[in-house]
Design a protein around this ligand. Structure first.
Ligand code: GDP
Ligand code: ZN
Length: 462
């Protein structure tokens, strides 16, 4: 089965030096190409090589007869392959040059370079996996924590797809029921009873709404909880980030305003990926370079799900502190009082009364004290906010939750149409809309541009 006809090839291992490198070829011509460039050590004809068996031999440039590398080569026969096309994998030595030379020879025999994600895209187009499973492949590669990985693996196994298919099946039965009444009024098929249908629709809508309730947790597992460390210059934001990460990435200095760039790092807090951003302090500045940092900080604040609002224990509250306190009034805030190793001059009570009920944690970024307490406070705050994070079926992508939301809305319109006694033809259209929206998740009804956008996010060779 080959939907496109051409044969693609790519280096599938990360660029640079490694123990081994893998070049993958997929498509109609892969076996022919392998036969032309591979010389097995055992004296057999390449066409007699059995699938799923590793053969030791050499890659030879047929135009010059030059041996490029000693490799292990495996053929995989369609349809039992990743792409469902004939595939060849060449395991060569891991160097940059050798992998590129082999790829060049493969291309010179008629393959073309694979686009990012094209192997997985073919797996989708050839029906081996659906769209949400293809997306899970990216999520597995990019998973930030062990638990995030489990969520993605569950999605690859079809956890989300199965649920969505079940719901679509139910919707389809309702459509069939309604349409049978419309299309064959003369044959004794009774017109669908609006009340019964409405009850069924409501059941499906509630089920989808349950799925949406977990969407925020799903998003956090996939993308990380976006967290920003906010405070005026020199309170110790970079130092805190460093002690959270236990490695010195951000620049720490005594001169206010040296964190020029926003630095992003992932923390693993009990399996919840927390994406922490260290920003330049928010303040008026005439320094152009730092200004970019401040603007981006405000930008980041907009997207931040959690704010670690930082104060310097050794100094009284300043005008800048108060300005920042105003900015985050409506945010999900944990107050962090840093430099607790120094004598306290901070008006801590004023801070506390500005954020009633919010956790207040004292730390010393310098002495790495209070860091565990801070991590615990983050974990507690997250689970209170989004509920328990489990690895079950969850909607992790904005694309998926949007489709579910659209379906829910279409079902709501159906319910009111049924109550209002709107003709069944119109009702059927709304139900069909819900069915199509859900199909976008699995890729059953998805548009081509959506598919392309998804696979563009992959790396080459996947
Ligand atoms: P930022 O501008 O908010 O990112 O602050 P930095 O992390 O660059 O720190 C500013 C200064 O405060 C540096 O000299 C740090 O060594 C110092 N500092 C940071 N945390 C602490 C702390 O917990 N105790 C003390 N005594 N000094 C700290
Ligand atoms: Zn800094």
């Amino acid at each position: 089965m080959n939907t496109t006809g051409d044969t693609i090839a790519a280096i599938s291992t990360p660029l640079g030096e490694g123990g081994i490198g893998i070049i993958r070829i997929s498509g109609e011509d892969s076996f022919r190409i392998a036969g032309e460039i591979f010389r097995p050590k055992k004296n057999i004809d390449p066409s007699e090589m059995k699938p799923r068996t590793m053969y030791l031999g050499s890659i030879v440039d047929p135009s010059s007869g030059e041996i490029i590398d000693e490799v292990l080569l495996v053929k995989y026969r369609a349809p039992f392959t990743y792409t469902r096309e004939n595939m060849v994998e060449i395991n060569c030595h891991g160097g940059f040059t050798v992998q590129h030379r082999i790829l060049e020879v493969v291309l010179s025999r008629g393959a073309r370079v694979a686009e990012p994600g094209e192997f997985t895209k073919r797996a989708f187009l050839n029906g081996r996996i659906d769209l949400s499973q293809a997306e899970a492949v990216i999520d597995i590669i990019r998973a930030k924590t062990d638990r995030a990985l489990k969520v993605a693996v569950n999605q690859l196994k079809g956890g989300l797809s199965d649920r969505i298919r079940e719901v679509r099946q139910k919707i389809l039965r309702i459509i069939a029921h309604i349409e049978a009444g419309i299309d064959f009024p003369e044959e004794d098929i009774p017109e669908a009873d609006p009340d019964t249908i409405r009850g069924e629709i409501r059941g499906i809508r509630v089920e989808l709404e349950e799925l949406l309730k977990k969407a925020q947790a799903g998003k956090i597992m996939r993308e990380g909880l976006s967290t920003v460390i906010l405070g005026r210059p020199n309170v110790g934001k970079s130092s805190l980030l460093n002690s959270l990460l236990r490695e010195r990435r951000a620049i720490v200095t005594d001169i206010p305003g040296t964190t020029r760039d926003i630095i992003e790092e992932y923390l693993n807090i009990n399996g919840i990926p927390v994406r922490i951003v260290d920003t330049a302090g928010i303040r008026e500045t005439r320094d152009a370079v730092e200004k970019i940092g401040v603007e981006r900080a405000l930008e980041t604040l907009k997207d931040a799900e959690l704010v670690l609002l930082m104060f310097d224990a050794s100094e009284e509250l300043k005008k800048e502190d108060r300005e920042i306190m105003e900015l985050v009034k409506d945010k999900f805030v944990i107050v962090v009082i840093n430099k607790s190793d120094l004598p306290e001059k901070l008006n801590a009570d004023e801070v506390k009364s500005a954020f009633p009920g919010k956790p207040v944690i004292r730390v010393s970024a310098l002495q790495e004290k209070g860091i565990e307490e801070l991590k615990e406070a983050i974990y507690r705050a997250v689970t209170e906010e989004i509920g328990p994070v489990d690895e079950g079926v969850i909607v992790t992508r904005a694309r998926h939750s949007q489709a579910v939301k659209n379906a829910v809305e279409a079902l709501e319109r159906t319910e009111s149409a049924l109550s209002a006694g709107i003709p069944m033809e119109m009702v059927a259209m709304e139900v069909r809309e819900a069915w199509e929206q859900l199909g976008e998740i699995t890729g059953d009804t998805v548009r081509e541009d959506v598919v392309n956008a998804i696979f563009e996010n992959f790396c080459i060779g996947k």
